[in-house]
Design a binder for this molecule. Structure first.
Ligand code: SAM
Length: 246
C-alpha cells in the first residue's frame, strides 16, 4: 500500500516550509488539499508540479473512499490544509482515521501550527495548556463555552476568524471578567506580527480603539494564574504595543 503523509504548510511566512515538507510535496503521487487554488500558489512558488485533488469539509465523506482506494493501490498521498497543521482546526482527521482503519501507514511531518507558535511567546504558562480551537459562532453557545473555559486551570488557546475578534473578546470579558490575563497573538510569522498582553478588559478597549486587522490566536491565562492587576510582571497592553511600534 501507499503512505498517507500529513504535511504542514506555512502560517504566513513561506520560509517556514521544511525541506522535508518540500520533498514530500514533490514526491507524493497526489496532494489532497483543502483548497487546491491556494495550495497551487505554494507549489508554484517552489516549482512543484504534483497533481492535486480537493479534500475539505464539504466533500470529505465521498472523497475518503476514493483516496483510500488510491492508497490501497500503492500510491502515496500528501494531505495539506491552507495553513499550518492538517487536522488542527482544519480538514484531515476523518482521512487519518480511515487510513488507520485500512492499515495504511500514516506519516506526520512536523511544522508550524499557530496555537503552539503563539503559546511559546505568550509569556503565559506553556504547560499544561488546553487547545480549544474555534469557539461556536452563536452567541449563546459561545458564552456557555467561555463559562466552561473560565474554570480551566491550564492556559487556554483559542482561534478566531479576523472579523470576529471584537465579538469574541466582548463575550470573553463578560463571562470571564476584565481582569483575567490575556494574550492576543496577531499575524504570526508575518510582517505585522505582534503580541497584545494584558488584562482582558484592557485588550478589548485597545482592540476597539485601533483598527486591528489580521489573523489572531487568543490565549487565556489559566484560572490558577494571578490576575493582571495583582501581578507585578504584567505589562499594560499599551506599553507592550508601544514597544513593538518603536
Ligand atoms: N491548521 C492551522 C494551524 O495548525 O494553526 C489552523 C487553521 S484555522 C482554519 C485558522 C485560524 O488559525 C485563524 O483563524 C487564526 O485563529 C489561526 N491562525 C492561522 N494563522 C495565523 C497567523 N499567522 N497568526 C495568527 N493566527 C493564525
Amino acid at each position: 500500500t501507499g503512505t498517507l503523509y500529513l504535511i504542514p504548510t506555512p502560517i504566513g511566512n513561506l520560509q517556514d516550509i521544511s525541506q522535508r515538507a518540500l520533498s514530500a510535496l514533490a514526491e507524493v503521487d497526489l496532494i489532497a488539499a483543502e483548497d487546491t487554488r491556494h495550495t497551487q500558489q505554494l507549489l508554484n512558488h517552489f516549482e512543484i508540479t504534483t497533481k492535486q485533488t480537493s479534500f475539505h469539509e464539504h466533500n470529505w465523506q465521498h472523497k475518503i473512499p476514493e483516496l483510500i482506494c488510491i492508497l490501497q493501490d500503492g500510491q502515496s498521498i500528501g494531505q495539506v490544509s491552507d495553513a499550518g497543521m492538517p487536522s488542527i482546526s482544519d480538514p484531515g482527521k476523518e482521512l487519518v482515521a480511515a487510513a488507520i482503519e485500512a492499515d495504511i501507514p500514516v506519516v506526520p511531518l512536523p511544522g508550524p501550527s499557530a496555537g503552539i507558535v503563539a503559546l511559546i511567546a505568550s509569556g503565559l504558562v506553556p504547560q499544561p495548556f488546553y487547545f480549544h480551537g474555534f469557539l461556536s459562532r452563536k452567541k449563546n453557545e459561545q458564552m456557555a463555552e467561555l463559562a466552561e473555559l473560565k474554570e480551566r486551570r491550564e492556559t487556554v488557546i483559542l482561534y478566531e476568524a479576523p472579523h470576529r475578534l471584537i465579538f469574541t473578546l466582548s463575550n470573553l470579558v463578560k463571562v470571564i471578567g476584565p481582569d483575567r490575563s490575556l494574550v492576543v497573538a496577531r499575524e504570526l510569522t508575518k510582517r505585522y506580527e505582534e503580541f497584545l498582553r494584558g488584562a482582558a478588559g484592557e485588550i478589548l478597549d485597545w482592540v476597539q480603539n485601533h483598527s486591528v486587522r489580521g489573523e489572531f490566536v487568543i490565549m487565556i491565562a489559566g484560572n490558577s494564574a494571578p490576575d493582571v492587576t495583582e501581578s507585578e510582571e504584567a505589562v499594560p497592553v499599551v506599553e507592550a504595543v508601544g514597544k513593538l511600534v518603536a
